[in-house]
Design a binder for this molecule. Structure first.
Ligand SMILES: Nc1ncnc2c1ncn2[C@@H]1O[C@H](COP(=O)(O)OP(=O)(O)OP(=O)(O)O)[C@@H](O)[C@H]1O
Ligand SMILES: [Mg+2]
Length: 181
């Protein structure tokens, strides 16, 4: 029997079918229109879209392209780095990415963060680059366990890349996933 599961992230809607995860870009034309109208009224529309592009919620482009960009960047980073800590992204069509499906690691957030601290240095707070994208890197939901190894499923944000470049291999080698009963 094929197991189907659905998840909703900030930028993607994910459907897991068997061993594959289909990551669909979220597109919100109504919110984009509301922001466009607001900026148009204040004569800011051109400046805002030029300055922020798809990167911040104040820009209408964000609500149209944030998911597509996350998919595209995830694919690009996987192709470029091939780090073993990355869950493989097999294909990107922009609107949808196809990734190997993983299962959420069975551990507490506290255990997870303690392990990361032990690997990257005892004082996690002194290491600024995990906080460059703490929304992604410090959240257990963004990881999966594969044969006793920790991997990350969400790496479609450029801000996470310096940390993964620096620590990805070591975390993959050293992170201990607790045994489940
Ligand atoms: N390859 C995968 N295998 C299994 N589950 C996955 C996979 N990719 C994503 N998921 C699930 O879908 C959720 C949302 O995916 P992801 O974090 O990649 O999207 P996002 O929109 O970028 O999320 P965020 O809210 O962190 O911005 C994840 O938290 C995870 O639970
Ligand atoms: Mg996520």
């Amino acid at each position: 029997m094929i197991i189907i599961k659905c998840y909703s992230g900030g930028t993607r809607f994910v459907i897991v079918v068997g061993f594959l995860a289909f990551k669909f870009a979220k597109i919100n034309p109504i919110t984009a229109y509301k922001f466009a109208r607001k900026h148009f009224v204040h004569n800011h529309l051109k400046d805002v879209t030029r300055k922020y592009g798809y990167t911040t919620p104040v820009s209408p482009l964000y609500w149209l392209f944030r998911g597509i960009m996350a998919n595209w960047l995830e694919w690009r980073y996987y192709r470029r780095s091939r780090l073993p800590i990355l869950v493989p992204t097999y294909l990107s069509l922009g609107l949808v990415n196809i990734q190997l499906a993983g299962v959420r690691p069975q551990m507490t957030e506290k255990y997870f963060r303690n392990q990361i601290s032990a690997i990257i240095g005892h004082d996690e707070n002194s290491d600024h680059d995990i906080h460059a994208d703490s929304h992604t890197l410090r959240i257990l939901d963004n990881y999966a366990a594969f044969a006793g190894r920790l991997k990350i499923v969400d790496y479609g944000s450029k801000a996470a890349w310096p940390f993964l470049d620096k620590w990805g291999q070591k975390i993959f080698d050293c992170f201990v996933i607790p045994l489940t009963k």
